[in-house]
Structure formats: structure tokens, C-alpha cells
Design a protein around this ligand. Sequence first.
Ligand SMILES: Cc1ncc(C[n+]2csc(CCOP(=O)(O)OP(=O)(O)O)c2C)c(N)n1
Ligand SMILES: [Mg+2]
Length: 321
Amino acid sequence: MDLSKKTLIDLYTTMLAIRRFEERVAQEVYAGNVPGFVHSYIGEEAIAAGVCLNLDRQDRIVSHHRGHGHCIAKGADMKKMMAEIYGKKTGYCKGKGGSMHIADFSIGMLGADGIVGAGLPIATGAALAAKLEGKGKIAAVFFGDGACQEGEFHETLNLASIWKLPLLFVCENNHYGVNTSAKYSLGAGEITRMPEAYHIATRSIDGNDVETVYQAAAEAVAQLRKGDGPYFLECKTYRWHKHFLSEGLEDLRPKEELEAWKRKCPISVFESRLIREKILTEGKAKRINARIMEMVEDAHDFALSSPYPLPEDALQDVYSA
Ligand SMILES: Cc1ncc(C[n+]2csc(CCOP(=O)(O)OP(=O)(O)O)c2C)c(N)n1
Ligand SMILES: [Mg+2]
């Protein structure tokens, strides 16, 4: 399937928006201005863009600790995201959640999570709800290679399989959980062997090639909407930053490995191709970039000028069983 010029430009624009947002956040984290932990999505942008641009607003997604890219690709408001990251009252969770807990139910973004693997059962519930509603909606869940080592992973694969749920599993295999290589920690060797064992349609793809991700997700989504049961996409990729942004944390991954993956940058490789094929001009790329930079700066100004929550807000919106 040949993608339209509009889709190609939308994919490019979405990836660039994620990159510029993440760069600005990283700059502020390293300047000591952002509270809490921030996990950068830089290097993995093609996955969020390629998957989410296949989804409707009513489809639901669940993210994980490295979640800013999923929010942006699903259409979240950068201002409320940035305010949440800064812990401000105008943020998505009124400043009480921070980077790892951004949610926007109005666009089907059910939330991110600091607990590895915890999004999987939430997404399974969303997929079950979508099936019961019977309106052709689907759910997608993003998680890492590390989450594939959790019990919840197997429970959700099992339930999605036996209940034929419209659930798209999107494994962002960046080959490491913090500094531990998946070569060491994955008993199954290949991640795809696990969904296959549960009789789930499975594909492993280059997660740095946005067109490949978009096409594979399109096929998967079509299957899900037909009611043919779950689909598992393993997207191979690499993160450019340390596990989380911090001077104090060591990055033990081989430098050559990182450099090799940087040469496969999902954005610059795609941009060169679009320019070569005359789908994009350098002038248009500059204009798109300038517009995104303006949005990111506006979001940043909004966050800085917003108030912090008050001490008396602490007990509001808090639930316990
Ligand atoms: C249940 C649980 N175990 C351990 C941690 C600590 N932890 C946070 S992120 C992470 C690595 C996750 O790796 P992966 O799922 O591959 O995602 P990535 O960070 O590579 O995107 C770990 C071990 C946690 N937050 N929750
Ligand atoms: Mg990982």
C-alpha cells in the first residue's frame, strides 16, 4: 500500500513534535527545573506515530513510563502535558502525577504508569469493554521488552487470546530494561515466541522505520476491527538517552551500539527520503519545525506561568478502597 502524501507528512510532523517536546523537557531536567523522574522517548518516535495515526479518537491506548510520545501521537495538549511534568495545577492530573502519569480520557489516552507491565491489564479491560460495546473500537497497549518478563504479560496474552479481544500489543523492544540486556533477561530468547505460544497473530518489525510501523499497524488494526482477535507487534528500536534523565545514572550500554542506532534515526532518515522523493522540501521541513518549536515554547511558557497546587489540594481527587 502506497501511503498518501498527507499521511507521510503527518507521520513526519508527529515524530518531529515528539522529538522537539522531548528535547525541551530534557534541557529543563538537566537544568534542574523539573521534579520527579523523566524517561525520554527520543529514538523511538516512529512507533507512537506509526501506531497512533491508525487509531480513531474513540480507540483507547495505554502507555508506560516512557509515555510522552504516545500522548502527543494520540493528540494530547502539549500545554497540559508540560504543566503536568512541572507539577503545576493546570496539568493533566492537576500536577499530582508528573511525567509518568499523564492521561486524557477525552482522546482515549487512558494513562501511563510507573509500574512496569501495569498498563497491560488496564488495556485488556479497555479491549473487553470495546468488544462488549460492539462499535468496532479497539485498544492498544505500549510496553517495553522488560515488561515481557512480568507475570501480567502472560495473563493478558492469555485472556486476550481466549476472549479474542480487539487488543493491539505494541512491544517497544529497545533491547534493554534500564542497563540489563534483553539477551540476558528474556528466557524465551525471541519475544515473539511468547504471543505465538498463545496463538496470537504476531509480527516483528523495524520500529525505526515509520512507514513500516504504519503499514504493519494498519494491517493489525484492520484485523482487530473485524473481530479476529488480538495482534502483537514487536517493534525493534533503541533509546538515545539513559534509562531516565539524570546526571547520576550510568549508561552501561556499549557506545558503538548507541552510535549505530543513532545513524538509523527514525526522523532524519525519513526526512531525507521524503526530500529525495520530492514529498517534502527543505523549506517546508523548516516551516513545520518552526511551528512545532513555537508550540513547544508556548507549552513551556504556560507551564512556567501556571501555579503549583495548594497544600489543601492534596486530599482532593484521592481515592482509596
Ligand atoms: C514492577 C516494576 N519492576 C521494576 C521497576 C523498575 N523499573 C522501572 S523502568 C524499568 C525497566 C523497564 O524496561 P522496559 O519495559 O524494557 O522499558 P524501557 O524502559 O526500556 O522503555 C524497571 C526495571 C518498576 N518500575 N516496576
Ligand atoms: Mg526496554
